[in-house]
Design a binder for this molecule. Structure first.
Ligand SMILES: [Zn+2]
Length: 294
């Protein structure tokens, strides 16, 4: 009989590894070797970003992560599971064992947030890890290389006169242009750059300010459905997803409230200017790109 203390210690280890209750070993039939070889199932505990991380050690495509766990001696591949279903699964062999308790892996560019499994050379897979938050992947070929793109990626309509720049807002003036779309419609950076501010404000809701790359202009996005995964100081690519259309803060109806600010920038001495001509021209350019591809 194990002592109570030993049992407690064993339970604590299981909890620390966050491993679901599955068999601890998998049998692999190596008939050529004339018998059954037991290959221990690898298990993943913690995952930590060590190189090419975003601010705050967060993980993005291309980051190097260190995984700790057990039975990691033979791992040679990793599967980034993303969300439920295998449509967004990404497998990589850029994995290296650093002994039985540690391994490292390069996060594939297309990997999205979700659990990871490590796989041994004999194709024994670990149970999925705790979900790993990964910043949104860089845009694919549709948007790659564009100078600017339209920030709402789905069906939209421009707001009427009340949604225009300069419309009255109870003694204040509307500093942006409203673009209406269903809540949850993907929202991308019209122009890449570095995140200057983000967070929550009573009027703006979840918002994000991007200091546009190679421009003096700041790009402002408000009423996001939830907080953007990007933080102050992060780099964002043009067309990279920054969030979803929502109605947080003081918003009636799901929409993006979009502002453009002249240099030196948003509440840094710049001034807001009418973003409607730019929005309209980006929407036209996107439609032309789509037509050219079909
Ligand atoms: Zn607005």
């Amino acid at each position: 009989m194990p002592s109570g203390r030993a049992t407690y210690a064993a339970l604590a280890i299981c909890a620390a590894l966050a491993a679901p209750a599955t068999a601890s070993a998998a049998a692999t039939d190596k008939s050529s070797a004339g018998g059954v070889v037991f290959v221990e199932t690898p298990r993943i505990g913690k995952v930590v970003c060590v190189k090419r991380c975003a601010a705050g050690k967060r993980v993005q495509g291309g980051s190097l992560v260190r995984l700790s766990g057990r039975s990691l001696g033979d791992v040679s591949a990793a599967v980034f599971h993303g969300s439920d279903g295998d449509a967004d699964d990404v497998r990589t062999t850029r994995v290296r064992s650093l002994g039985t308790r540690r391994a490292r892996a390069r996060v594939p560019k297309k990997a999205v947030s979700g659990p990871i499994s490590l796989v041994t050379a004999a194709e024994v897979s670990s149970p999925p890890s705790q979900p790993l938050a990964i910043l949104p992947p860089l845009p694919g070929d549709v948007l790659a290389g564009a100078d600017h793109v339209f920030p709402v990626r789905g069906k939209f309509r421009f707001g009427g006169s009340a949604g225009r720049f300069g419309a009255g807002r109870g003694g204040r003036s509307h500093h942006g242009h409203d673009v209406f779309a269903r809540c949850g419609t993907p929202m991308v950076a019209a122009r890449g750059g570095s995140v200057q501010m983000e967070g929550y404000h009573g009027l703006a809701g979840y918002y994000l300010v991007i200091d546009g790359e190679d421009t003096a202009t700041d790009y402002v996005y408000m009423h996001l459905a939830e907080r953007s995964p990007f933080r102050r100081g992060d780099s964002v690519a043009t067309g990279q997803r920054i969030g979803s259309v929502g109605d947080t803060g003081n918003a009636s109806g799901c929409h993006l409230h979009f502002e453009l600010w002249s240099g030196p920038g948003y509440y840094e001495g710049g001034r807001p200017f009418d973003p409607f001509p730019a929005l309209r021209s980006w929407a036209r350019a996107d439609a032309a790109r789509r037509a050219a591809r079909s």
